[in-house]
Design a protein around this ligand. Sequence first.
Ligand SMILES: NC(=O)C1=CN([C@@H]2O[C@H](COP(=O)(O)OP(=O)(O)OC[C@H]3O[C@@H](n4cnc5c(N)ncnc54)[C@H](O)[C@@H]3O)[C@@H](O)[C@H]2O)C=CC1
Ligand SMILES: O=P(O)(O)OC[C@H]1O[C@](O)(CO)[C@@H](O)[C@@H]1O
Length: 361
Amino acid sequence: MSKIAVIGAGKTGRGFVGRLLTEDHLEIMFVDKDAKLVRELNDKGNFQITFFGDVRPKFIVDHYHAYTWEEADFSDVELIFVSVGGSNLEAVGESLRGKLEDTPCYIITCENASRPSETLRSVIGKENVSISEATVFCTTTSDGGLDIYSENYPYLQCDAQLLNGYIPPVKGVKPIDHFGNFLTRKLFTYNAASCVIAYLGYIRGYTDYGEAANDPEILKLLDKNYAATNRVLCLEFGYDEKDQQEFAALSRAKFCDRTIADTIARNAREPQRKLTSNERVIGPLKLLQKYGEDTAVLEMTAGAMLVYDQEGEEEWRRIKAENSYEEILEKICGLEKTDPLFEGILKYARQLCGRIEEKRD
Ligand SMILES: NC(=O)C1=CN([C@@H]2O[C@H](COP(=O)(O)OP(=O)(O)OC[C@H]3O[C@@H](n4cnc5c(N)ncnc54)[C@H](O)[C@@H]3O)[C@@H](O)[C@H]2O)C=CC1
Ligand SMILES: O=P(O)(O)OC[C@H]1O[C@](O)(CO)[C@@H](O)[C@@H]1O
Protein backbone atom coordinates (compact mmCIF):
# COMPACT_ATOMS: atom_id res chain seq x y z
CA MET A 1 0.00 0.00 0.00
CA SER A 2 1.13 3.58 -0.70
CA LYS A 3 2.49 5.58 2.19
CA ILE A 4 0.68 8.21 4.29
CA ALA A 5 2.70 11.19 5.51
CA VAL A 6 1.90 13.69 8.23
CA ILE A 7 3.93 16.89 7.90
CA GLY A 8 4.12 18.61 11.28
CA ALA A 9 4.40 16.11 14.13
CA GLY A 10 3.04 18.63 16.64
CA LYS A 11 -0.09 18.49 18.74
CA THR A 12 -2.58 18.20 15.86
CA GLY A 13 -0.29 16.23 13.54
CA ARG A 14 0.70 13.52 15.97
CA GLY A 15 -2.05 13.89 18.59
CA PHE A 16 -5.15 14.11 16.40
CA VAL A 17 -4.29 13.03 12.82
CA GLY A 18 -1.84 10.47 14.22
CA ARG A 19 -4.58 9.02 16.41
CA LEU A 20 -7.12 8.82 13.55
CA LEU A 21 -4.60 6.96 11.38
CA THR A 22 -3.62 4.61 14.19
CA GLU A 23 -7.27 3.85 14.98
CA ASP A 24 -7.33 2.47 11.42
CA HIS A 25 -4.05 0.53 11.95
CA LEU A 26 -2.26 2.64 9.32
CA GLU A 27 1.50 3.17 9.33
CA ILE A 28 2.51 6.86 9.58
CA MET A 29 5.48 8.74 8.14
CA PHE A 30 5.88 11.87 10.31
CA VAL A 31 7.96 14.71 8.83
CA ASP A 32 9.01 17.65 10.97
CA LYS A 33 11.60 20.41 10.75
CA ASP A 34 12.37 19.97 14.45
CA ALA A 35 15.22 17.43 14.49
CA LYS A 36 15.00 17.02 18.28
CA LEU A 37 11.32 16.09 18.11
CA VAL A 38 12.02 13.64 15.26
CA ARG A 39 14.78 11.99 17.31
CA GLU A 40 12.60 11.73 20.41
CA LEU A 41 9.69 10.21 18.46
CA ASN A 42 11.99 7.55 16.95
CA ASP A 43 13.94 6.85 20.15
CA LYS A 44 10.79 6.34 22.21
CA GLY A 45 8.83 4.60 19.44
CA ASN A 46 5.44 5.53 20.85
CA PHE A 47 3.48 8.21 22.64
CA GLN A 48 0.28 8.26 24.61
CA ILE A 49 -2.95 10.20 24.26
CA THR A 50 -4.95 10.98 27.39
CA PHE A 51 -8.53 12.12 26.83
CA PHE A 52 -9.94 15.10 28.73
CA GLY A 53 -12.43 14.00 31.38
CA ASP A 54 -11.17 10.41 30.98
CA VAL A 55 -14.04 9.79 28.55
CA ARG A 56 -12.00 7.03 26.91
CA PRO A 57 -9.03 4.89 27.98
CA LYS A 58 -5.55 6.19 27.10
CA PHE A 59 -4.54 5.47 23.50
CA ILE A 60 -1.07 4.57 22.24
CA VAL A 61 0.29 5.69 18.87
CA ASP A 62 3.21 3.46 17.86
CA HIS A 63 2.95 2.60 14.15
CA TYR A 64 5.18 5.35 12.83
CA HIS A 65 8.64 6.53 11.88
CA ALA A 66 9.63 10.20 11.98
CA TYR A 67 11.92 12.06 9.57
CA THR A 68 13.43 15.47 9.06
CA TRP A 69 13.03 17.02 5.61
CA GLU A 70 16.55 15.89 4.66
CA GLU A 71 15.72 12.25 5.41
CA ALA A 72 12.13 12.13 4.15
CA ASP A 73 11.48 10.12 0.98
CA PHE A 74 8.13 10.94 -0.64
CA SER A 75 8.29 8.29 -3.38
CA ASP A 76 5.13 6.16 -3.15
CA VAL A 77 3.41 8.68 -0.85
CA GLU A 78 -0.24 8.98 -1.88
CA LEU A 79 -1.79 10.99 0.94
CA ILE A 80 -0.25 13.83 2.97
CA PHE A 81 -1.70 15.68 5.95
CA VAL A 82 -0.11 19.04 6.75
CA SER A 83 -0.43 20.61 10.20
CA VAL A 84 2.38 23.08 10.75
CA GLY A 85 0.60 26.40 11.46
CA GLY A 86 -0.66 28.66 8.65
CA SER A 87 2.43 30.87 8.57
CA ASN A 88 4.65 27.85 7.79
CA LEU A 89 2.70 26.63 4.76
CA GLU A 90 4.84 28.41 2.19
CA ALA A 91 7.98 26.83 3.64
CA VAL A 92 6.32 23.40 3.52
CA GLY A 93 5.32 23.99 -0.11
CA GLU A 94 8.93 24.89 -0.98
CA SER A 95 10.23 21.74 0.72
CA LEU A 96 7.59 19.51 -0.87
CA ARG A 97 7.83 20.85 -4.41
CA GLY A 98 11.11 19.13 -5.22
CA LYS A 99 10.21 15.92 -3.41
CA LEU A 100 6.86 15.01 -4.95
CA GLU A 101 6.75 12.67 -7.91
CA ASP A 102 4.56 13.06 -11.01
CA THR A 103 2.03 10.44 -9.87
CA PRO A 104 -1.30 11.57 -8.32
CA CYS A 105 -0.93 12.74 -4.78
CA TYR A 106 -3.46 14.19 -2.31
CA ILE A 107 -2.76 16.73 0.42
CA ILE A 108 -5.13 17.75 3.20
CA THR A 109 -4.27 20.85 5.22
CA CYS A 110 -5.23 20.66 8.90
CA GLU A 111 -4.82 24.30 9.85
CA ASN A 112 -6.78 27.15 11.38
CA ALA A 113 -5.99 29.51 8.54
CA SER A 114 -7.62 31.42 5.75
CA ARG A 115 -7.61 29.43 2.46
CA PRO A 116 -4.60 27.24 3.38
CA SER A 117 -5.05 25.03 0.30
CA GLU A 118 -4.61 28.06 -1.96
CA THR A 119 -1.40 29.06 -0.19
CA LEU A 120 0.07 25.58 -0.57
CA ARG A 121 -1.16 25.14 -4.16
CA SER A 122 0.42 28.39 -5.31
CA VAL A 123 3.82 27.31 -3.98
CA ILE A 124 3.73 23.64 -5.06
CA GLY A 125 2.24 24.40 -8.49
CA LYS A 126 2.01 20.78 -9.71
CA GLU A 127 -1.00 19.54 -11.70
CA ASN A 128 -0.82 16.01 -10.25
CA VAL A 129 -1.21 17.26 -6.68
CA SER A 130 -4.76 17.85 -5.36
CA ILE A 131 -4.92 19.95 -2.22
CA SER A 132 -7.93 19.95 0.08
CA GLU A 133 -8.50 21.67 3.41
CA ALA A 134 -9.92 20.33 6.66
CA THR A 135 -11.49 21.84 9.76
CA VAL A 136 -9.81 20.74 13.00
CA PHE A 137 -12.30 20.82 15.86
CA CYS A 138 -10.27 18.57 18.15
CA THR A 139 -8.33 20.43 20.84
CA THR A 140 -4.96 18.84 21.62
CA THR A 141 -2.46 20.07 24.17
CA SER A 142 0.87 18.89 25.54
CA ASP A 143 3.02 19.69 28.53
CA GLY A 144 6.19 19.74 26.45
CA GLY A 145 6.78 15.99 26.22
CA LEU A 146 5.64 13.65 23.45
CA ASP A 147 2.39 12.68 25.16
CA ILE A 148 -0.81 14.48 24.19
CA TYR A 149 -4.00 15.52 26.00
CA SER A 150 -6.96 15.55 23.67
CA GLU A 151 -10.67 15.75 23.12
CA ASN A 152 -12.16 12.51 21.82
CA TYR A 153 -13.23 14.08 18.53
CA PRO A 154 -13.86 11.33 15.95
CA TYR A 155 -13.58 13.08 12.56
CA LEU A 156 -11.53 15.30 10.35
CA GLN A 157 -13.95 16.90 7.87
CA CYS A 158 -12.40 18.06 4.59
CA ASP A 159 -13.45 19.52 1.24
CA ALA A 160 -14.43 16.63 -1.08
CA GLN A 161 -14.48 18.82 -4.19
CA LEU A 162 -10.81 19.66 -3.78
CA LEU A 163 -9.95 15.95 -3.63
CA ASN A 164 -11.29 15.38 -7.17
CA GLY A 165 -13.09 12.14 -6.35
CA TYR A 166 -10.31 10.62 -4.20
CA ILE A 167 -11.56 8.92 -1.04
CA PRO A 168 -8.88 8.88 1.70
CA PRO A 169 -8.40 5.34 3.08
CA VAL A 170 -8.98 6.54 6.65
CA LYS A 171 -12.34 6.07 8.41
CA GLY A 172 -12.00 9.21 10.52
CA VAL A 173 -11.35 11.45 7.50
CA LYS A 174 -14.68 12.61 6.06
CA PRO A 175 -14.78 14.36 2.70
CA ILE A 176 -17.80 16.71 2.68
CA ASP A 177 -19.49 17.47 -0.65
CA HIS A 178 -20.73 20.98 0.06
CA PHE A 179 -17.82 22.09 2.24
CA GLY A 180 -17.87 25.61 0.73
CA ASN A 181 -16.91 28.22 3.32
CA PHE A 182 -16.97 25.81 6.27
CA LEU A 183 -13.39 26.62 7.30
CA THR A 184 -14.11 30.37 7.26
CA ARG A 185 -17.30 29.73 9.22
CA LYS A 186 -15.32 27.76 11.80
CA LEU A 187 -12.59 30.41 11.96
CA PHE A 188 -15.06 33.29 12.37
CA THR A 189 -17.24 31.44 14.90
CA TYR A 190 -14.95 29.17 16.99
CA ASN A 191 -11.61 30.88 16.66
CA ALA A 192 -12.93 34.43 16.89
CA ALA A 193 -14.69 33.44 20.12
CA SER A 194 -11.52 31.77 21.34
CA CYS A 195 -9.68 35.07 20.80
CA VAL A 196 -12.31 37.01 22.79
CA ILE A 197 -11.78 34.62 25.72
CA ALA A 198 -8.00 34.35 25.47
CA TYR A 199 -7.04 37.99 24.98
CA LEU A 200 -9.71 39.56 27.21
CA GLY A 201 -8.82 36.84 29.73
CA TYR A 202 -5.19 37.92 29.52
CA ILE A 203 -6.16 41.54 30.20
CA ARG A 204 -8.12 40.38 33.29
CA GLY A 205 -5.05 38.52 34.54
CA TYR A 206 -6.16 34.93 33.88
CA THR A 207 -3.67 32.26 32.83
CA ASP A 208 -6.17 29.37 32.81
CA TYR A 209 -8.37 29.32 29.71
CA GLY A 210 -11.41 27.65 31.33
CA GLU A 211 -11.40 30.22 34.15
CA ALA A 212 -11.42 33.08 31.64
CA ALA A 213 -14.18 31.42 29.59
CA ASN A 214 -16.40 31.22 32.67
CA ASP A 215 -15.84 34.82 33.78
CA PRO A 216 -19.33 36.46 33.74
CA GLU A 217 -18.05 39.71 32.20
CA ILE A 218 -16.20 37.88 29.44
CA LEU A 219 -19.25 35.64 28.81
CA LYS A 220 -21.43 38.72 28.39
CA LEU A 221 -19.08 40.11 25.73
CA LEU A 222 -18.72 36.68 24.13
CA ASP A 223 -22.48 36.26 23.80
CA LYS A 224 -22.85 39.74 22.37
CA ASN A 225 -20.26 38.88 19.77
CA TYR A 226 -21.79 35.48 18.96
CA ALA A 227 -25.19 37.09 18.35
CA ALA A 228 -23.80 39.69 15.94
CA THR A 229 -21.39 37.32 14.18
CA ASN A 230 -24.12 34.70 13.74
CA ARG A 231 -26.30 37.26 11.99
CA VAL A 232 -23.61 38.43 9.57
CA LEU A 233 -22.40 34.90 8.74
CA CYS A 234 -25.99 34.00 7.79
CA LEU A 235 -26.30 37.13 5.65
CA GLU A 236 -22.93 36.68 3.97
CA PHE A 237 -22.96 32.92 3.36
CA GLY A 238 -26.67 32.05 3.51
CA TYR A 239 -26.56 29.77 6.58
CA ASP A 240 -29.79 28.95 8.35
CA GLU A 241 -30.00 31.13 11.48
CA LYS A 242 -30.92 28.31 13.87
CA ASP A 243 -28.19 26.09 12.45
CA GLN A 244 -25.57 28.83 12.90
CA GLN A 245 -26.77 29.52 16.46
CA GLU A 246 -26.39 25.82 17.29
CA PHE A 247 -22.94 25.77 15.70
CA ALA A 248 -21.88 28.74 17.84
CA ALA A 249 -23.44 27.19 20.96
CA LEU A 250 -21.28 24.08 20.47
CA SER A 251 -18.17 26.24 20.50
CA ARG A 252 -19.36 28.08 23.63
CA ALA A 253 -19.99 24.81 25.45
CA LYS A 254 -16.55 23.52 24.48
CA PHE A 255 -14.72 26.64 25.60
CA CYS A 256 -16.55 26.70 28.94
CA ASP A 257 -15.91 22.99 29.57
CA ARG A 258 -13.53 22.92 32.52
CA THR A 259 -12.51 19.29 31.90
CA ILE A 260 -10.55 20.61 28.88
CA ALA A 261 -7.43 21.79 30.70
CA ASP A 262 -5.95 24.57 28.59
CA THR A 263 -4.03 27.80 28.95
CA ILE A 264 -4.45 31.39 27.81
CA ALA A 265 -0.88 31.24 26.46
CA ARG A 266 -1.65 28.38 24.04
CA ASN A 267 -4.86 29.93 22.78
CA ALA A 268 -3.35 33.39 22.46
CA ARG A 269 -0.16 32.23 20.74
CA GLU A 270 1.10 34.12 17.68
CA PRO A 271 -1.11 37.25 17.63
CA GLN A 272 0.73 38.30 14.45
CA ARG A 273 -0.84 35.32 12.63
CA LYS A 274 -4.31 35.82 14.08
CA LEU A 275 -4.36 39.54 13.28
CA THR A 276 -3.87 39.22 9.51
CA SER A 277 -6.60 40.65 7.30
CA ASN A 278 -8.71 37.56 6.45
CA GLU A 279 -8.15 35.83 9.77
CA ARG A 280 -10.45 35.21 12.76
CA VAL A 281 -10.65 38.77 14.12
CA ILE A 282 -10.22 41.29 11.30
CA GLY A 283 -12.21 39.00 8.94
CA PRO A 284 -15.42 38.96 11.02
CA LEU A 285 -14.88 42.63 11.99
CA LYS A 286 -15.12 43.56 8.30
CA LEU A 287 -18.34 41.55 7.99
CA LEU A 288 -19.83 43.21 11.09
CA GLN A 289 -18.93 46.58 9.61
CA LYS A 290 -20.36 45.66 6.20
CA TYR A 291 -23.75 44.76 7.71
CA GLY A 292 -23.87 47.67 10.18
CA GLU A 293 -23.48 45.52 13.32
CA ASP A 294 -21.77 46.59 16.55
CA THR A 295 -18.01 46.02 16.22
CA ALA A 296 -17.06 46.87 19.83
CA VAL A 297 -16.28 43.37 21.21
CA LEU A 298 -13.97 42.36 18.40
CA GLU A 299 -12.36 45.82 18.32
CA MET A 300 -11.67 45.41 22.04
CA THR A 301 -10.30 41.92 21.38
CA ALA A 302 -8.01 43.22 18.61
CA GLY A 303 -6.90 46.00 20.98
CA ALA A 304 -6.08 43.38 23.62
CA MET A 305 -4.13 41.42 21.00
CA LEU A 306 -1.98 44.47 20.30
CA VAL A 307 -1.30 44.82 24.02
CA TYR A 308 -0.64 41.07 24.53
CA ASP A 309 2.80 40.11 25.75
CA GLN A 310 4.03 36.69 26.77
CA GLU A 311 7.32 34.93 27.39
CA GLY A 312 8.12 32.77 24.35
CA GLU A 313 6.32 35.01 21.83
CA GLU A 314 9.63 36.25 20.45
CA GLU A 315 8.40 37.06 16.92
CA TRP A 316 5.51 39.11 18.34
CA ARG A 317 7.88 40.91 20.73
CA ARG A 318 10.18 41.73 17.81
CA ILE A 319 7.27 43.08 15.74
CA LYS A 320 6.10 45.22 18.65
CA ALA A 321 9.59 46.54 19.32
CA GLU A 322 9.96 47.58 15.68
CA ASN A 323 6.41 48.83 14.98
CA SER A 324 3.88 51.13 16.61
CA TYR A 325 0.27 49.92 17.05
CA GLU A 326 -0.63 52.06 14.03
CA GLU A 327 2.04 50.38 11.90
CA ILE A 328 0.85 46.91 12.97
CA LEU A 329 -2.73 47.82 12.08
CA GLU A 330 -1.57 48.93 8.65
CA LYS A 331 1.04 46.30 7.84
CA ILE A 332 -0.35 43.16 9.51
CA CYS A 333 -4.10 43.81 9.73
CA GLY A 334 -4.21 45.54 6.35
CA LEU A 335 -6.39 48.36 7.72
CA GLU A 336 -6.28 51.88 6.33
CA LYS A 337 -6.01 54.83 8.70
CA THR A 338 -9.35 56.16 7.41
CA ASP A 339 -11.17 52.91 8.29
CA PRO A 340 -13.26 53.40 11.48
CA LEU A 341 -12.02 49.97 12.64
CA PHE A 342 -8.48 51.39 12.74
CA GLU A 343 -9.38 54.11 15.23
CA GLY A 344 -11.71 51.80 17.16
CA ILE A 345 -9.03 49.15 17.75
CA LEU A 346 -6.40 51.77 18.56
CA LYS A 347 -8.67 53.37 21.17
CA TYR A 348 -9.11 50.03 22.96
CA ALA A 349 -5.40 49.18 22.69
CA ARG A 350 -4.46 52.44 24.42
CA GLN A 351 -7.08 51.95 27.14
CA LEU A 352 -6.11 48.34 27.80
CA CYS A 353 -2.40 49.10 27.72
CA GLY A 354 -2.99 51.70 30.46
CA ARG A 355 -4.90 49.09 32.45
CA ILE A 356 -2.04 46.58 32.22
CA GLU A 357 0.49 49.25 33.22
CA GLU A 358 -1.63 50.29 36.23
CA LYS A 359 -1.69 46.65 37.37
CA ARG A 360 2.10 46.46 37.09
CA ASP A 361 2.66 49.57 39.27
N1 LIG B 1 -3.69 22.13 18.88
C1 LIG B 1 -4.97 22.37 18.69
O1 LIG B 1 -5.83 22.20 19.58
C2 LIG B 1 -5.46 22.84 17.36
C3 LIG B 1 -4.61 23.22 16.35
N2 LIG B 1 -5.11 23.60 15.14
C4 LIG B 1 -4.24 24.00 14.05
O2 LIG B 1 -3.32 22.96 13.75
C5 LIG B 1 -2.11 23.54 13.24
C6 LIG B 1 -0.94 23.00 14.07
O3 LIG B 1 -1.14 23.37 15.41
P1 LIG B 1 -0.46 22.56 16.61
O4 LIG B 1 -0.33 21.15 16.22
O5 LIG B 1 -1.19 22.95 17.83
O6 LIG B 1 0.98 23.24 16.61
P2 LIG B 1 2.37 22.64 17.13
O7 LIG B 1 3.24 23.81 17.31
O8 LIG B 1 2.13 21.71 18.24
O9 LIG B 1 2.88 21.77 15.88
C7 LIG B 1 3.34 22.30 14.67
C8 LIG B 1 4.50 21.42 14.19
O10 LIG B 1 4.82 21.82 12.87
C9 LIG B 1 6.24 21.78 12.75
N3 LIG B 1 6.65 22.63 11.62
C10 LIG B 1 6.58 23.98 11.52
N4 LIG B 1 7.05 24.38 10.33
C11 LIG B 1 7.40 23.26 9.67
C12 LIG B 1 7.96 23.02 8.38
N5 LIG B 1 8.27 24.01 7.54
N6 LIG B 1 8.22 21.73 8.03
C13 LIG B 1 7.93 20.71 8.88
N7 LIG B 1 7.44 20.88 10.10
C14 LIG B 1 7.15 22.14 10.49
C15 LIG B 1 6.75 22.25 14.09
O11 LIG B 1 8.09 21.89 14.32
C16 LIG B 1 5.77 21.57 15.03
O12 LIG B 1 6.24 20.30 15.44
C17 LIG B 1 -2.28 25.05 13.36
O13 LIG B 1 -2.69 25.57 12.12
C18 LIG B 1 -3.40 25.21 14.38
O14 LIG B 1 -4.11 26.39 14.19
C19 LIG B 1 -6.46 23.62 14.90
C20 LIG B 1 -7.36 23.29 15.88
C21 LIG B 1 -6.93 22.84 17.17
O1 LIG C 1 -3.51 27.22 16.81
P1 LIG C 1 -4.54 28.27 16.95
O2 LIG C 1 -4.84 28.93 15.65
O3 LIG C 1 -4.28 29.15 18.08
O4 LIG C 1 -5.89 27.57 17.26
C1 LIG C 1 -6.08 26.61 18.22
C2 LIG C 1 -7.52 26.77 18.60
O5 LIG C 1 -8.39 26.05 17.78
C3 LIG C 1 -9.42 25.46 18.56
O6 LIG C 1 -9.57 24.16 18.17
C4 LIG C 1 -10.71 26.19 18.38
O7 LIG C 1 -11.42 25.68 17.34
C5 LIG C 1 -8.99 25.58 20.01
O8 LIG C 1 -8.64 24.39 20.57
C6 LIG C 1 -7.76 26.40 20.00
O9 LIG C 1 -8.04 27.54 20.69
